[in-house]
Write a new protein. Structure first.
Length: 342
């Protein structure tokens, strides 16, 4: 199965071609970070308009790089949700128009399912079943994953997601957009134990998370004394260590709860170096393995959408081109919803 994947859920236009037999053939990405930087965050209308400008030229480029034509495709996958409604509609409308014109299926994909399965693009690939930690700008969740489309929610954030907390805390410290990577870079220069922050819900006895209070704790410390560059670095390090401590502790608890030894970590926060190192170390101590997507596939990309589209197509997904988008869409409902509208 050869599938074109289209990702337009937020501020990155991602296109890819994935072949079930040969793997990823080509992928390309346009990021809107520079455009949104002036506003300190994503402006939905600007994001949608930029996707319209980029998606057709990027489609032509990725097909050329993959060495195939539209006629060679077996299907077109698109991000159906969650995300910004206008941005999602760009990818959904183009995918379904292409599918209708070519007489090929158009497959709606859950954005977080793409992240969850993105380590399947790497080598070695994790085998089912496994525990998945999804950590991105808007999601911090644990899932038990038995097979493609078979996901059980084990725990989730009760307020801010980890990536959201990174971005908000970075803004408190006067760091540029996007805040998460900037904060992690600054944290390298911080002094250990120069600031003390709580570990929210680390010992709560369940797999739920909470990071809003951690952001507030940083805000309180930031107001106590002038924010020199070193003080900013100290707070950044303390914040990052607190987030990582909680995620590592909860991840190990999730493995224990379901009795598995494979952990998949996906989403933008999964690119954090400290988190990767700590999880690998903690897993090794108990004979477990951790799987991450390649760094280029941690953030939004078309490759993960094309991959899931190919997997869905192999399961017999059909289409009637009566598409919709789902800005809010629980991952646990992805299978039934995808079957209903695809």
């Amino acid at each position: 199965m050869k599938v074109l994947g289209i990702e337009t859920s937020c501020d990155e236009t991602g296109l890819a071609v994935y072949d079930s037999a040969r793997g990823l053939l080509a992928h390309t990405l346009h990021s809107q970070v520079a455009m949104h930087d002036a506003y300190g965050g994503v402006v939905p209308e600007l994001a949608s308009r930029d996707h319209i400008r980029r998606v057709v030229p990027l489609t032509e480029r990725v097909l050329a790089e993959a060495g195939c034509t539209l006629a060679d495709l077996d299907g077109i996958a698109f991000t159906q949700g969650p995300g910004l409604a206008g941005a999602l509609l760009v990818g959904a409308s183009i995918a379904n128009a292409l599918g209708f014109a070519l007489g090929k299926p158009a497959i709606g994909v859950h954005h977080m399912e793409g992240h969850l399965l993105s380590p399947l693009l790497s080598d070695p690939r994790p085998a089912f079943p496994f525990v998945a930690l999804l950590v991105s700008g808007g999601h911090s969740e644990f899932y038990g994953v038995r097979a493609v489309g078979d996901y059980t929610l084990l725990g989730q954030t009760l307020d801010d997601a980890a990536g959201e907390a990174f971005d908000k805390t970075a803004k408190l410290l006067g760091l540029p957009y996007p805040g998460g990577p900037a904060l992690a870079k600054l944290a390298v220069h911080g002094h250990r134990a120069a600031a003390v922050l709580p570990r929210p819900m680390q010992d709560s006895g369940d797999l739920d998370l909470s990071f809003s209070g951690l952001k507030t704790a940083v805000s309180i410390l930031a107001r106590k004394e002038p924010l020199s560059q070193q003080r900013k670095a100290d707070l950044a390090r303390a914040f990052e260590e607190a987030i990582v401590d909680v995620l590592v502790a909860k991840s190990m608890a999730a493995l224990d709860q379901v009795g598995l030894s494979r952990l998949v970590v996906a989403g933008g926060v999964g690119a954090n170096t400290s988190l990767r190192e700590r999880l690998h170390a903690a897993a090794a101590e108990r004979g477990a393995k951790v799987f991450f997507p390649d760094l280029q596939f941690c953030t939004d990309n078309g490759a993960m959408i094309a991959l899931v589209g190919a997997l869905r197509l192999e399961q017999g997904t059909t289409t009637n081109y009566a598409f919709s988008v789902q800005p809010r869409w629980p991952l646990a409902a992805a299978r039934s919803s995808a079957d209903a509208v695809s």
